[in-house]
Every structure is written in C-alpha cells, then in structure tokens.
Design a protein around this ligand. Structure first.
Ligand code: JB2
Length: 225
C-alpha cells in the first residue's frame, strides 16, 4: 500500500536497526498504515540482502544519504536498547542530519489523549497509554503496555519500558530509562540520564545520571558516568 484511503501519498521511511525492537515497530507501522517501510539499515553488514518480516535490509547507516536521495523522507529509530538511550539519541540525530524526518509510530491499540503532546519521532507501542496533559519530547519510546499518566513530562530520547507505570505528574529527564514493570509514584522526578531498574518501586525522586533498583528503589553505586 502506498497511499491512504483518501488517496494521499504515505510517507516512505527506513528503520535504523533490525533486531527485536524493529520487529515490533514493523507490526505497529503495518497496523496503523502510517507509512511505507522501504527497508532497514543495520550495523551488521552481513544482513544486507536478507529481510525481516518481508522488509529488506539495505546496508548500514552510510546508506542514509543515498536513501534520502531516492525519495525516502522519514526514518524510525529501530534500536530499543535496555538502559542506554545513547544509541537511540545518536541514530535520531544521524538520520536528521541526513535530511530525513522522524516518523511518529503509534500502534492502533495505544490510548493517547487528545490533550497530550507528542514530540517528533515518539513511539507508542501496543497497549500503551498516554493520558491527558502528558507532554512527551522527541524520540520518546513508550513500550508495550507502559502507562504515562496525566500531566507527566517525559524528556527527549527517554524510554518507558514494557509495562512500566508513571503515576501522574511525574517528570522524566532527557535520555532516562524507566525499566520494565517499574512504577514511579506521582509527582516525582527521574533525572536526565538516570536508570530505574526493572520492577522497581520508586518513591523518591532520582538524581540525574544515577541508577536505582528494588522495592522500594534504592541507589546502586555512584553516578553512571
Ligand atoms: O548504530 C547502529 C546500530 N547498532 C546496533 N545503526 C544501525 N542501523 N543498527 C544498529 N544496530 C542493530 O540494531 C544491531 O545490528 C541489531 O540488528 C539491532 C539491535 O537488535 P537487538 O534485538 O539486539 O536489540 P533491540 O534494540 O532491537 O531490542 C532491545 O530493546 C528493546 C526495547 C532488546 O532489549 C529488546 O528485548 C527490547 N524489547
């Protein structure tokens, strides 16, 4: 399919990264009919010529300029990462610098309030919820079944992992990671670049660049960097 029911052309996109996260994104894009996926760029050169769920691998990120020149207008960051959002940020900036625009990916089962704000390139996976007053920055990943309650603010490149819950009015800083199944109590702040371990119950704000885990969540070691 290359056009909408109304006849408008669909954006043409590439996905950067062709692992597990990309598989979910391919399903989301197919289910929403939001774009045509022309191919996947992957760091593993051995995958060139193969395909993932019917979508061909085109080569590495050095093909971005060529892909843009042949009319592809959008990109999707297909790397999920587990705790380190640096690669997601780097790929987002790389594809932008090649002249491509970030595609917002939103599975039809994601519940998204019309009173929320989504930055460019956000990814809202199956069963995720983003409620009224929530503001998401660019390239924010709200993974399957995660909840961003009302009036939360989530910074650029942050990842709210599978099944994690941000109770209302939580602030998550740029590049932070809230692990799978973690819960963050209302009105707290997760600082920029912080990591909340899977299953944690966060009842105090988390300073930037630190890592917490457990129930209740406690700081592990020192600053990450
Ligand atoms: O710089 C890169 C790059 N680095 C790794 N550019 C491009 N274009 N691709 C890159 N990759 C590729 O991303 C790897 O070669 C590999 O094919 C893919 C990563 O796949 P993997 O399955 O290891 O991870 P993932 O990021 O897709 O999924 C992780 O994050 C998800 C949110 C996993 O932890 C999943 O379990 C999780 N659900």
């Amino acid at each position: 399919m290359s056009e909408t029911a109304g006849g408008a052309a669909l954006p043409r996109c590439v996905i950067l990264g062709g692992g597990g996260h990309a598989r979910v994104l391919l399903d989301c894009i197919a289910a929403s009919g939001a774009a045509v996926v022309e191919g996947i760029l992957d760091a593993d050169a051995r995958r060139a010529g193969a395909s993932l769920q019917g979508v061909p691998f085109l080569g590495g990120d050095d093909r971005l300029g060529e892909v843009a020149a042949r009319g592809v207008t959008h990109f999707v960051v297909g790397v999920g990462g587990a705790g380190d959002n640096g690669p997601r940020r780097r790929l987002f900036e790389l594809a932008r610098s090649a002249g491509l625009s970030p595609l917002t990916v939103r599975h039809p089962s994601a519940v998204v309030s019309p009173w929320s704000v989504l930055g460019a390139g956000c990814q809202l996976l199956p069963g995720s919820i983003v409620n009224a007053g929530a503001v998401l920055g660019q390239n924010v990943l709200v993974n399957s079944g995660a909840v961003v309650e009302h009036d939360c603010a989530v910074g650029d490149h942050a990842h709210i992992a599978t099944g994690a819950v941000l109770a209302s009015t939580v602030t998550v800083g740029e590049g932070a990671h809230v692990g799978a199944g973690a819960t963050v109590r209302q009105c707290l702040t997760i600082g920029a670049g912080a990591v909340v371990g899977a299953g944690a119950a966060v009842v105090r704000s988390v300073p930037p660049g630190t890592m917490v885990a457990g129930v209740p969540a406690r700081r592990l070691g020192g600053a990450r960097e």
